[in-house]
Design a protein. Structure first.
Length: 902
């Protein structure tokens, strides 16, 4: 056997052979078990079957050649080390079979415990446990239950009903009241269930149990809930899971045994200290499922001081070794501590910043690493509102603040209902006694999750934290009745559809909607909290990391803003100019009437009058914006959408005209409008008379805007401020378009600027694929390019940007054609390639060409990294995303290896 292993591809690794850097091959759990083993921590011996074996199995539907032999070899050496044989009738070795992918997917895949038990070894197990028959039969019934459900798809409820039945017969509701005889009876009942559903007896052969369990773990990679979770968390579908075969240790051997979960810092707030839950006389699954209520880890000091102190020592060693928050699962078997798992722990957004700051203070990491450890999505989460502190509502219950944030919405009790109402645009709070992996859909759809059972490490808490979703768990004053679709709390009855509010930081639950307030992080960005003088660990950490991001990044960050107020806010958020001021927004409201005059003008004179009336209004708009952006560049885009967008819709106008005619009113103006709307109707307005085409067709329109921009810049400069206008022409596809507009604009600019010293740049958007492909020519006429990636995506893919996301993207996502909408995150291979070509060819033609992006992608974390790689000068995004873009631009600059920090 051993000789075969050297010939075959290596699919199995002993824990002593791996290390923490082999996550791709051994999965997170396996790699970290190996790391702990090598650190000399007490890990139950075992081995890991690689993700490659899983992938080979999933590709071909059978175990790869050599795997069975390698498992045999490693099992034999495990048996030697433990001095026991798998399933031996006298003194059995039992193993757990656990999934473990590269990225943690809590509860999504399968685990089978107590493999190796059968009708004969159950007796041996009892002897091993000092004649504890009850324990042995309980372990056996757990094996049949898990094996049946996981490996053979026996409906889990059948086992649960049988268990309930056994308790009812005994007149109890507590599992612990069932004695050995009862559990033995239950094993018989379970075996019958197994036989009924599978048509075969429960397998007695230990090695067969092991092989089937391994296969079931492989297959669980493609279980529906795992697929859904991966999609949600953007985990690639082709990684596969590793399988860990670990010798069993038992936390349910009596009061001197137990199991727990520990964090080296608070994963909620980041505060230093010892956090965790402990459950005496129980197995790990009992804690994670939140089935019995745990005690705080500190209680362990009283229960078992030696193990507690050892645990603290191990935790300190692990944190020092991993240089990060670690989460740990452990079991104490009759006073002996075993480490079952560790990993760099998931944490809330706030904790991510606070911990990164602390680790810098402790000298464990540097600021570059701190920047790498946080991300824009976390920062965005911290900018969500919180409940107002002075609201009048009294909480009706208090659970555990399991995942922070503030959420209000309609109560729903099932995942299906959550999905249904969310699809109708309702905010919903999913209320459950506890959640399990089948609730995933509902959890994704809900604004928040509220459970009456379970701690910070329950399924609901772990999954919600991972998703950044508000969650209150273990609110045990709630009596949740799912079939009746209601819960009661004190004297209140809350039905489906009633509004509740939950605070995932404090754990408080309110009836009705609680008013919310901006986050402290937003207040800090707004300048109303001074990080040097307030005692707020989060704000100080954000300040420190943002300062480093700003010092590190190469990309500048501008904002998309059309009003003075937006510009001012964005500037407070750190914007270094405006990358897109959409002037069409200035043609709305009471100015529509002037636009109508412009459209209906029959003579040059009428048109000139309408434009002359618009000019001072536009000038005033620009003056306000230039003042707010004193000293910083402001890119003003000439009007882009088709003019008929400013007119009433055809149907509405037709009805108005008909009704007015009926009443005998004077409808001459409406009739003219209606005729204009009919005349200007386009089948594909997005590809029609808009952007530069409009400027070339309607005499004086662009000229008026150029004049207004330049006059505003001169006026602001004369007042002592510094205006840096950049005039941007939309929808250019050919250099000739730009040259024509530019020639006219330059004349006006020269005339208006005079001796004011104002410098006006002229550039173009690159948003039509042809522009990207002829960028070398276009750069001859442009002082800057700004990528309009919204239109570039629309025209690059041929996806109507207003229609497709709702219409069919779900199917494309389902098929994996893309993992995320290309309107949200730049499609690097296609649209991104156009950007790359245009940047390279543009710069080749004009080395000083300024390059930026102003499509929605400018504020998307992943896209920011791409724009950094391509070498743009700046990104521009909406004011609220400016801090996110600053942070991600800093991260892009330090992450030269391009890895992510999931
Ligand atoms: C774009 O197309 O990316 C862009 C910024 O312009 P708009 O969204 O206004 O079409
Ligand atoms: Mg556009």
């Amino acid at each position: 056997m051993a000789a075969q292993e050297t010939v075959d591809h290596k699919y199995v690794y002993d824990f002593a052979e791996g290390n923490k850097d082999l996550k791709d091959l051994l999965g997170g759990k396996g790699a970290n078990l190996a790391e702990m083993t090598n650190l000399g921590l007490p890990v139950p011996p075992g081995f890991t079957i690689t993700t490659e074996a899983c992938k080979a199995y999933l590709d071909t539907g059978r175990e790869p050649d050599g795997l069975a032999g390698q498992i045999e070899t490693h099992l034999e050496s495990l048996e030697r080390e433990m001095g026991r044989k798998l399933g031996d009738p006298q003194d059995p070795l039992l193993v757990s079979v656990r999934s473990g992918a590269k990225f943690s997917m809590p509860g999504m895949m399968e685990t089978v415990l107590n493999v190796g038990l059968n009708d004969r070894s159950v007796v041996g197990l009892s002897a091993q446990a000092g004649g504890n028959d009850r324990f042995a039969w309980d372990s056996y019934r757990r094996l049949i239950q898990m094996f049946g459900k996981t490996v053979c798809e026996v409906p889990g409820e059948e086992f649960e009903h049988a268990l309930d039945e056994a308790k009812r017969a005994k007149g109890t509701t507590n599992d612990l009241d069932l004695d050995a005889g009862d559990l033995r009876g239950l094993v018989d009942a379970y075996k019958k269930i197994f036989l009924k559903h599978t048509g075969r007896e429960f397998p007695q052969e230990p090695r067969e149990q092991l092989d089937l369990a391994i296969r079931a773990v492989f297959e669980s990679w493609n279980a529906e809930r795992a697929v859904l979770y991966r999609r949600q968390e953007r985990i690639p579908a082709d990684l596969g899971t590793a399988v860990n075969v670990v010798s069993m240790v038992f936390g349910n051997l009596g009061p001197d045994s137990g199991t727990g979960v520990a964090f080296t810092r608070d994963p909620g707030s980041g505060a230093q200290g010892i956090y965790g839950d402990y459950l005496a006389n129980a197995q790990g699954e009992d804690v994670v499922a939140g089935i019995r209520n745990t005690v705080p880890l500190q209680e362990l000091e009283r229960l078992d001081k030696k193990s507690y102190e050892q645990l603290l020592d191990f935790m300190a060693r692990l944190e020092g070794h991993y240089k990060d928050l670690c989460d740990i699962e452990f079991t104490i078997e009759r006073g002996k501590l075993w480490m079952l798992q560790t990993r760099v722990g998931k944490r809330t957004a706030a904790a991510a910043f606070v911990i990164a700051g602390q680790l810098v203070d402790e000298g464990l990491i540097d600021l570059d690493e701190a920047l790498h450890r946080v991300n824009g999505a976390q920062l965005a989460q911290l900018m969500f509102p919180r409940f107002q502190l002075d609201h009048e509502l009294q909480p009706v219950a208090k659970g555990i603040g399991a995942s922070p944030g503030a959420a209000s919405g309609k109560v729903v009790f099932t995942s299906a209902r959550a999905v249904e109402l969310a699809a109708e645009g309702e905010a919903v709070i999913l209320v459950r006694r506890e959640t399990n992996p089948d609730d995933l859909n509902g959890m994704i759809a809900a604004k928040g999750i509220l459970t009456s059972r379970g701690g910070k490490t329950s399924h609901a808490a772990v999954v919600a934290r991972g998703m950044g979703k508000t969650c209150v768990s273990g609110a045990d004053e709630l009596d949740v009745n799912i079939p009746a679709k209601k819960f009661t709390v004190g004297e209140h009855v809350v039905n489906e559809g009633d509004i509740v509010s939950i605070d995932g930081t404090t754990g408080k639950v309110y009836l009705g909607e609680v008013p919310s307030m901006p986050s402290e992080v937003v207040q800090y960005f707004e300048g109303s909290l001074d990080p040097e003088h307030i005692d707020n660990a989060l704000v100080r950490a954000v300040h420190r990391i943002m300062t480093h991001a700003d010092a590190t990044r190469r990309l500048a960050v501008r904002t998309n803003a059309d009003t003075g107020a937006d510009a001012a806010r964005a500037r407070r958020f750190g914007a270094e100019g405006i990358g897109l001021c959409r002037t069409e927004h200035m043609f709305l409201g009471d100015r529509r009437e002037l636009v109508e005059r412009l459209i209906l003008a029959r003579t040059d004179g009428e048109r000139a009058d309408a434009l002359a009336a618009l000019l001072p209004l536009q000038r005033a708009d620009f003056i306000e914006i230039f003042r707010e952006m004193d000293g910083l560049p402001v890119t003003v885009r000439l009007i882009d959408p088709p003019l008929h967008e400013f007119l009433p819709p055809l149907e509405q106008l037709a009805v108005n005209v008909a009704v007015a005619q009926e009443r005998g009113e004077d409808v001459a103006k409406e009739e003219a409008l209606l005729a204009a709307v009919r005349r200007m109707h386009e089948e594909n307005p997005m590809l029609g008379l808009r952007g530069v085409r409009l400027g070339l067709v309607i005499p004086g329109l662009f000229a008026m805007q150029v004049r207004a921009i330049t006059e505003a810049a001169v006026a602001v400069t004369r007042d002592g401020a510094v205006a840096k206008p950049e005039i941007m022409v939309p929808l250019v596809g050919a250099v000739q378009e730009l040259e024509t507009v530019r020639a006219e604009a330059e004349k006006i600019i020269a005339e208006v600027v005079g001796d004011s010293g104002v410098e006006v740049l002229i550039g173009t958007m690159i948003e039509v694929p042809r522009a990207a492909l002829t960028a070398g020519q276009i750069a001859e006429a442009a002082q800057f390019f700004s990528f309009g990636t919204n239109d570039l995506t629309q025209m690059g893919w041929g996806f109507s940007r207003d229609d497709v996301e709702g219409a069919f993207f779900w199917r494309y996502l389902e098929l994996g054609i893309f993992g995320i909408s290309p309107f949200e995150s730049i499609d690097r291979d296609g649209v991104g390639r156009l950007v790359r070509i245009a940047a390279e060819e543009g710069r080749a033609a004009r080395p000083e060409l300024k390059l930026g992006v102003c499509g929605e992608h400018g504020g998307d974390p992943d896209s920011v990294h791409f724009f950094h790689e391509v070498g743009l000068d700046y990104v521009s995004c909406s004011p609220f995303r400016v801090p996110v873009a600053r942070l991600e631009a800093g991260r892009a600059a330090v992450e030269t290896d391009g890895s992510d920090s999931r």
